[in-house]
Design a binder for this molecule. Structure first.
Ligand code: G4P
Length: 539
């Protein structure tokens, strides 16, 4: 059992914090690329009236403007590399949508964002079902105990049968599905949804290009047959089958991660998006404090504390700065507050706090539990750092995920060795890549380690354009890393296709060319203890 960290008497100010925390919904959308995450993010903001036209956030091909596409590279590829935090009010709630990179190669970033959410929306393409990246992300959520709302998207296109998709989720990932809405019309003929809790039919109407919120009518069950004919009958029958099978909403099972409410949408047509917002407002968990490293729990109305889950630099060419994103765990934050940086004990002045809505930044004046604060010019902050006011606290570090790609970085201009060293240090601190070194390779040839190879491209781009020390990268033929004890390092270095390198935090890693080499080595040398890093799938 854990105890509350603090025994301070609660005042009316605490009451305000508790109320503000209770109306926060902080979540991320997770999906395999192309399932429609960017489209859904925009649709949510559109429905909550945070933006007036779809395309305002991610400006993909054919849509308007760019907000999170902050680098030239990203624009050229039409993918969103970085995470932004979108905040908008909906009903009585404040929605904090933490955006995650669209590309699987940036999954490390996504895993870090998942340390800062209270729930996740798992988006599935109706035609494709569960895809590899969905499975990995699901494992991370499961490991962290994050409740999941499942959204079956692209129902306007031909796809699989709804019941078959429910079976697949149950069989492959062991998550019991409890649909809240059920489609009326098969995939490709999306007429609307049945609200399974209230029993009525919600009919959707298309708008031109899906650019504005789709009108919807709520039709009582008795009139639904006239409106949707046999498709309504089928939906009713299938819904009864689901109920007979125990697939009705169960709050405890949802919050414990055993069951997932399911909704059907077409993000492109804006169908079913209001229902998702309602579910977030009504059912998704509010912030609930956090466990500190010493095992005590901070409640949301305890004094201010937050942890940094992401550091990002060079967001656009006009602002060459560095923003640390911190998730508020407890208490209230006001711009200008002087906080303490837990790992150094030094004061941290928050004059430059911002909220970042895509590319539009606005000065943030206050923040409550569940909110994300963008702290500009925060050179001292690293992912995992804790900030607090008044009463010290330290939250657990953010796990670094097992790298699978390795490359040697070398400066192309020997006269810039100072910039080279500083640049590498900065990328390491920000967690853009992990930096490994060895005496054999020397200071001038550090090894970059990454979960996805595109992290290398970002690192090289940043070194050239922002840190004034262009580099070349030579890929190394390693695929697996394990932690090795220092006394075994020399022995390991004598092995074929293995190499020992040291991380900046002093941890020694041995790299193997293939998983089979690793297995073979372990079979032949049972006495040498090699430990796994946090694998992506273990979160
Ligand atoms: P992602 O962020 O998960 O990678 O997916 P994104 O939103 O970029 O969507 C991928 C493609 O799927 C886009 O098409 C998008 O329009 C389409 N899409 C998203 N949701 C739906 C939906 O509910 N129904 C249908 N029919 N399509 C959907 P694209 O051709 O790649 O780009 P675009 O030119 O349409 O923007």
């Amino acid at each position: 059992m854990t105890e509350n960290a603090l025994d301070t008497p609660k005042t009316s100010a605490n009451g305000r914090v508790a109320t503000e925390a209770a109306r926060r919904r902080t979540f991320a959308v997770i999906s395999h690329p192309d399932a429609g995450k960017s489209t859904l993010t925009e649709a949510l903001a559109l429905h909550a009236r945070a933006i007036t036209e779809a395309g305002a956030i991610h400006g993909k091909a054919g849509r308007r403007s760019t907000v999170s596409d902050w680098m030239d590279m990203e624009k050229a590829r039409g993918i969103s590399i970085t995470s932004t935090a979108l905040q908008f009010p909906y009903r009585d709630c404040v929605i904090n949508l933490l955006d995650t990179p669209g590309h699987a190669d940036f999954s490390e970033d996504t895993y870090r964002v998942l340390t800062a959410v209270d729930s996740a929306v798992m988006l599935i393409d109706a035609a494709k079902g569960l895809e590899p990246q969905t499975l990995k992300l699901f494992q991370v959520c499961k490991h962290r105990g994050i409740p999941i709302i499942t959204v079956i998207n692209k129902w306007d296109r031909p796809g699989r049968h709804a019941l078959e998709l429910m079976d697949e989720i149950h069989e492959r990932i062991g998550l019991r599905t409890t649909p809240l809405t059920w489609p009326v019309g098969i995939a490709g003929d999306f007429k609307g949804v049945m609200d399974r809790r209230k029993g009525h039919f919600i009919r959707f109407t298309r708008t031109a290009g899906g650019a504005t919120a789709a009108p919807e009518e709520h039709i009582p069950a008795d009139d639904a047959y006239d409106a949707a004919g046999v498709d309504w009958e089928t939906a009713v029958e299938e819904s009864e089958l689901l109920s007979a099978d125990g697939s009705d909403y169960d709050r405890d099972a949802f919050l414990s991660g055993d069951a997932s409410p399911v909704l059907f949408t077409s993000a492109a047509l804006n169908f079913g998006v209001n229902q998702l917002l309602d579910v977030l407002a009504e059912l998704a968990p509010a912030p609930n404090g956090a466990l500190a490293v010493d095992g005590t729990r901070r409640a949301t109305d305890d004094p201010f504390s937050a942890f940094v889950f992401k550091v990002q630099a060079g967001m656009d060419s006009a602002h060459r700065d560095r923003i640390a994103y911190a998730r508020v765990v407890s208490g209230t934050f006001e711009r200008g507050d002087v906080l303490t940086h837990a790992s150094t004990g030094k004061p941290f002045v928050t004059k430059y706090a911002q909220s970042v809505f895509g590319q539009q930044r606005s000065t943030l004046d206050d923040a409550w539990p569940g909110d994300v604060i963008g702290l500009a010019n925060a050179a001292a902050l690293r992912p995992g750092d804790t900030l607090y006011r008044d009463v010290p606290v330290q939250y657990p570090p953010i796990p670094s995920f097992s790298p699978e790609h390795f490359a040697v970085a070398r400066g192309t201009d020997p006269s810039k060795h100072k910039q080279f060293r500083r640049g590498i240090e900065q990328l390491d601190q920000e967690g853009v890549v992990q930096v490994l070194r060895s005496d054999k390779r020397g200071e001038q040839a550090p090894v970059f380690a990454a979960v996805g190879p595109m992290q290398f491209e970002v690192a090289a781009h940043r070194m050239a354009t922002e840190l004034s020390a262009p580099i070349t990268l030579e890929h190394l033929p390693y695929q697996v890393a394990r932690i090795v004890d220092p006394e075994d390092a020399e022995f390991m270095n004598r092995q074929v296709s293995a190499e020992v390198l040291t991380r900046t935090d002093g941890v020694m890693l041995v790299l193997f060319s293939t998983p089979w080499r690793l297995e073979g080595f372990q079979r032949d040398n049972p006495g040498i203890k090699l430990r796994s890093l946090v694998a992506a799938a273990d979160g």
